[in-house]
Write a protein that binds this ligand. Structure first.
Ligand SMILES: [Zn+2]
Length: 464
């Protein structure tokens, strides 16, 4: 058995910044390191080419009746700049104060190493463990996983036969409180460009005869929310599922002080739709936001101009069971209806992402046809995390979007057990990123137990 911390140090030493072509060597190094490590554990390793950064696929095969888990991770990291804010160099990992410092230590090399080490320990102890394991480790996560959906489609025949996906690339609030993420919001993005006159006009010579495109954009924007904070698009909420009481209860257990949150945001008051706490709003409700707006003169002083064009950038966060296609259509239709007829406009659609939700077993809204292996994995995680961390995990939806999870569901039909492992103070994407070694050690024990129970459940069921 290898030393997980030494292995993690070596992993972090490869500067695998996916977004920057200058780090090509670091990408190759990190990929080869993880491929070799999995090879040494007896996995059949394949490096699958993509348009950009290859994906490592490593399999422990076995009879078809063994449960099959896919463990996801990514070997790429965010750029390390600004370098001068690091206490020790970003790619020279150092252990101090019970943490390992270095770019990628928490996102995602540490959590990935946690699972690799767990599997290594488990297989050393039980070489005949009846479990198929596939590591699926990509190199483009930090740039939005552009190659991943295509990879999934190409590998779908073999991967979709797995039972579930297991990963740690989400957060926890405290060392002793693991969170299993059960939902992620989707996305719809577009730009609206409004044009009035064919060129900018003198506001003295022509002012008063036409609608200013900035005014048209402002009128449109102002029409898209109701005074109570809800989105004002007919049909927008039609597919939003009611929040089950157990979900509200989980969130209550997480705690959190609304007044502190308000002060943290630096706002005079919340603006939330009725019936939802601020913490519920970010997890359970869809939104429509303006991400940018512009037009006309932006320089110093004044310029008496009626601009020819103005724009607004709009994004919606979606929740289950909304679909990006329907929301996009509703948004287009509403814009068409409300845009003043004395200007012209065009909508430039940007990317979108499907919302995701997975319901643990034994809940009021657990799907009747839930995979028994997935249910067993959730049960095993609940028990193992409770034993090892001293507290049962919380099952929470998150406000953010992790498109690969919805892609995995869409293409492979598989659900994910997302066991969070990084803490708020891990400084993801920031200088002095680090990973808590106590969480890593407990995470290894938890992962080992979860995987063992998933494997042994089959034997129990088989011997019945
Ligand atoms: Zn990550």
């Amino acid at each position: 058995m290898f030393d997980p911390i030494e292995a993690l140090k070596e992993f972090v030493r490869h500067p695998s910044v996916s977004a920057d072509p200058a780090f090509r060597e670091g990408m190759t190094g990190a990929r080869e390191f993880v491929a070799k490590l999995l090879g040494s554990l007896g996995f059949a390793v394949e490096v699958v080419k993509t348009d950009l950064h290859p994906i490592v696929l490593a399999e422990r095969k076995g009879p078809a009746e063994w449960p099959h888990v896919i463990i996801y991770g990514h070997y790429d990291v965010q750029p390390a700049d600004p370098l001068n804010l690091w206490t020790t160099p970003a790619f020279e990992p150092q252990v101090r104060g019970g943490r390992i410092y270095g770019r990628g230590a928490a996102d995602n090399k540490g959590p990935l190493m946690t699972h690799i080490a767990a599997v290594a320990r488990l297989l050393a102890r039980r070489p005949d463990l009846p479990l198929r394991v596939t590591f699926m480790i990509e190199g483009e996560e930090e740039m939005g996983s552009p190659s991943f959906p295509k990879f999934l489609e190409a590998q779908s025949a073999r991967l979709r036969k797995a039972d579930f996906v297991f990963l740690s690339d989400t957060g926890i609030p405290r060392e002793d409180q693991i969170v299993i993420t059960c939902g992620l919001r989707g996305l719809v993005l577009c730009d609206v460009e409004v044009t009035g006159s064919k060129s900018d006009l003198h506001s003295g010579l022509h002012g008063g005869v036409l609608r200013n495109p900035i005014q048209a954009v402002a009128e449109l924007c102002a029409s898209l929310h109701r005074p109570d904070g809800r989105v004002n698009i007919p049909g927008f909420y039609d597919d939003v599922l009611d929040v089950e009481p157990w979900e509200r209860e989980e969130l209550r257990k997480l705690g959190g002080d609304a007044e502190q949150y308000r002060a943290f945001l630096g706002i005079p008051a919340f603006h939330t739709p009725p019936g939802y706490t601020p913490f519920e709003c970010t997890r359970f409700l869809p939104t429509l936001e303006f991400n940018g707006i512009g037009g006309g003169y932006q320089g110093e002083g004044t310029k008496t101009v009626i601009p020819s064009t103005a724009f607004v950038k709009i994004s919606c966060r979606l929740v289950s069971n909304q679909t990006p296609a329907k929301i996009r259509e509703l948004l287009h239709r509403t814009i068409a209806e409300r845009m003043p007829k004395d200007v012209t406009y065009r909508i430039v659609d940007q990317h979108d992402g499907t919302p995701y939700v997975v319901v643990p077993p034994h809940r009021s809204n657990t799907p009747k046809d839930q995979s028994p292996v997935l249910a067993r994995a959730f049960d095993a995680a609940d028990a193992a995390i409770g034993e090892i961390f001293g507290k049962r995990p919380l099952y929470l939806r998150e406000g953010g979007s992790v498109p690969i999870i919805a892609d995995i569901k869409r293409v492979l039909g598989l659900d994910s057990v997302m066991m969070g492992l990084f803490l708020p103070e891990d400084n993801l994407h920031a200088p002095n990123e680090s990973f808590h070694l106590g969480v890593m050690e407990k995470g290894m024990r938890a992962s080992e137990k979860i995987l063992e129970r998933v494997a042994d459940g089959r034997e129990r069921e088989g011997s019945r």
